[in-house]
Write a protein that binds this ligand. Structure first.
Ligand code: CP
Length: 307
């Protein structure tokens, strides 16, 4: 039976832990041993929305495992422009590839592709819904910084908690680990959707809301910044009102606990000033780097190949 990676909600805590352990193994492998893992295998990338990190890290992950990559980063250059359906595109591409990665603006699009295709499908972001491989690399990053995903982690989620798919996946995943304290920092119109606080797993976590970023810096182990997701706003006037809601600067981090780490899925616009990059707290480029081994682990796992 083929497996997919569509939503964090589909995974148990044990399955998440397994992915993290697998990524650790992959990270320890010498490059020449990695290159022999997936020769002859083909990854298809289907990106209906812009991407730098997710697409290129999946492509790099596949190439460095010895496989090859086909696909598109702009649906306008494909037969989608002639009106081909997502389902038909999936049933075509699966004949050319062993595994598929899809990013699409519509929530549920990756699930549609997974149901249509016989090969494993990875959701690289569907609208404001989910971004599960980002979450696995976020967890991997937090674990590396803190030596584990210990009970009682205090994490501030800052910015666009309504539309950010990375936030939605991350909340669901972290809620599975016991005793996580979430501090939700957002403008009133961009609060975390209620359903994410109402799951069985979420009952083990605590959620508190504030609009005060300085309070979050004082009280957190991780400050997870997000971009205000301009492309999801039905009314751009509403975006204009909140686009500069939070901007973290190095000065705001003066006196913060040394172990505090600032993460961000990237790209950033102006929510983290560039002077933060030079502080001990900046963790977002290490986070980007971790995407490579985590996505290698996902590819190996879904293709049934040991690291
Ligand atoms: N974090 C993330 O998804 O980045 P990209 O949009 O560049 O892929």
């Amino acid at each position: 039976l083929k497996r997919d990676l569509i939503s964090i909600d589909d995974l148990t805590l044990e399955q998440i832990e397994r992915y993290l352990a697998l990524a650790e193994k992959v990270e320890r492998l010498p490059p020449d041993q990695k290159r022999t893992r997936l020769p002859g295998r083909v990854l298809a990338v289907m990106f209906y929305e812009p991407s730098t990190r997710t697409r290129l890290s999946f492509e790099s992950a596949m190439c460095r495992l010895g496989g090859s990559v086909i696909g598109f980063s702009e649906a306008g250059s494909t037969s989608v422009a002639k009106g081909e359906s997502l389902r038909d595109t999936a049933r075509t591409v699966e004949r050319y590839a062993d595994v598929m990665v899809i990013r699409h603006p519509r929530e549920g699009a990756a699930r549609t592709v997974a149901e249509a295709a016989q090969v494993p499908v990875i959701n690289a972001g569907d609208g404001a819904n989910q971004h599960p491989s980002q979450t696995l690399l976020d967890l991997y990053t937090i674990r590396k910084f803190f030596g584990g995903l210990q009970s009682g982690l205090r994490i501030a989620l800052v910015g666009d908690l309504k539309y950010s798919r990375t936030i939605h996946s991350l909340v669901q995943a972290l809620a599975l680990f016991s005793g996580v304290e979430f501090l939700l920092v957002s403008p009133p119109g961009l609060k975390l959707p209620a359903y994410l606080k109402e799951t069985g797993a979420a009952a083990k976590a605590s959620f508190r809301e504030t609009e005060d970023l300085r309070e979050a810096i004082k009280r957190s182990d991780v400050v997870y910044m997000t971009r205000i997701q301009k492309e999801r706003f039905p009314d751009l006037l509403e975006y204009e009102k909140v686009k500069d809601a939070y901007c973290l600067t190095a000065q705001m981090l003066d006196g913060a606990p040394k172990q505090l780490r600032v993460l961000h899925p990237l790209p950033r616009v102006n929510e983290i000033a560039s002077d933060v990059d030079e502080t001990v707290h900046a963790g977002y480029f290490e986070q980007v780097g971790n995407g490579l081994v985590v996505r290698q682990a996902v590819l190996l796992d879904l293709l049934g190949v040991a690291p």
